[in-house]
Design a protein around this ligand. Structure first.
Ligand code: IPE
Ligand code: IPE
Ligand code: MG
Length: 255
């Protein structure tokens, strides 16, 4: 059961325009574990409880899309035992959350160099992706083996191939031609990007897509980031003015 105060806060947040799509850089699991005198992997495990709570809250609040940065292209360089532990946790997550994802009409999606994932992760991932493909409640995207630069290189190769094939003319390449080749092409524009754990950097997350996103950097470590913290971030977003290069006066003049 969710607490009455959480229900009330969700209703308040819902009464104002919501971000359509939130991206979260889930950082600070290692430091959380260290602070509790536990091995790093315990921090990742506790972090998966945050994933569950934040996803539930996002779904209840009515977001269209939530994208969670779970493993970066660069994270492969971590000690092999930590990488293996993270992969095991991912598999466990996909198996354990399957029922809840399907029951809540969530479409599970993934972006990144998915071929690099071990078979024991890719298999349940692809299965749930297929099983939930028709769900229209919210798209939950896991960024796995994801890197924004890696994504852009891949997009540029695809665009270059079209030029080589005579399907596109180099001088006429548009934003849309590039966006079409990104892994996020079927997702709504990302409105808000949150990073936890007090780090003020984007670490290769949604580099192109974040061009006009609002950013919230919070000190909270990911395992401590739950529904109330998500609502705090949405409220910050709702109190901002997105100008997209215009002046405030111009924005007020738009009906
Ligand atoms: C985020 O937590 C999870 C991943 C990057 C996989 P970290 O493991 O980076 O935690 P810190 O930054 O070391 O505290
Ligand atoms: C970013 O966190 C990647 C994920 C949250 C999956 P990192 O902990 O890997 O980022 P850096 O190394 O501090 O930039
Ligand atoms: Mg980190």
């Amino acid at each position: 059961m969710e607490s009455a105060s959480l229900k009330f806060r969700e209703a308040t947040v819902k009464a104002k325009p919501l971000p359509r799509h939130i991206g979260i850089i889930m950082d600070g699991n290692g430091r959380w574990a260290e602070g509790h005198g536990r091995p790093r992997l315990e921090g990742h495990r506790e972090g998966s409880n945050s994933v569950r709570e934040v996803t539930r809250c996002a779904r209840r609040t009515g977001l269209e899309a939530l994208t969670l940065y779970a493993f970066s292209s660069q994270n492969w360089q971590r000690p092999s035992l930590e990488v293996a532990g993270l992969m095991e946790l991912l598999r466990e997550y996909l198996l354990k959350e399957r029922r809840e994802i399907l029951d809540n009409q969530i479409r599970l999606n993934a972006i990144g160099e998915l071929k690099k994932l071990p078979e024991y992760v890719r298999e349940p991932l692809e299965a749930l992706r297929e099983e939930s493909a028709g769900n229209t409640g919210m798209t939950l995207t896991l960024a796995l083996s994801y890197g924004g630069r890696e994504e852009l290189v891949r997009a540029m190769r695809a665009v270059a191939a079209k030029v080589e094939a005579g399907e596109l003319v180099a001088e006429s390449i548009t934003n849309d031609d590039i966006e079409r080749e990104l892994w996020t092409t079927d997702l709504p524009p990302v409105d808000l990007i949150v990073r936890t754990s007090g780090e003020n950097r984007v670490s290769n997350f949604l580099l192109w897509q974040g061009a006009y996103a609002e950013y919230v950097f919070t000190e909270t470590l990911w395992p401590d980031f739950r529904a109330h913290e998500l609502l705090d971030c949405i409220e910050q977003f709702q109190n901002r003015e997105r100008r997209f290069g215009l002046t405030s006066a111009q924005l007020r003049a738009i009906p």
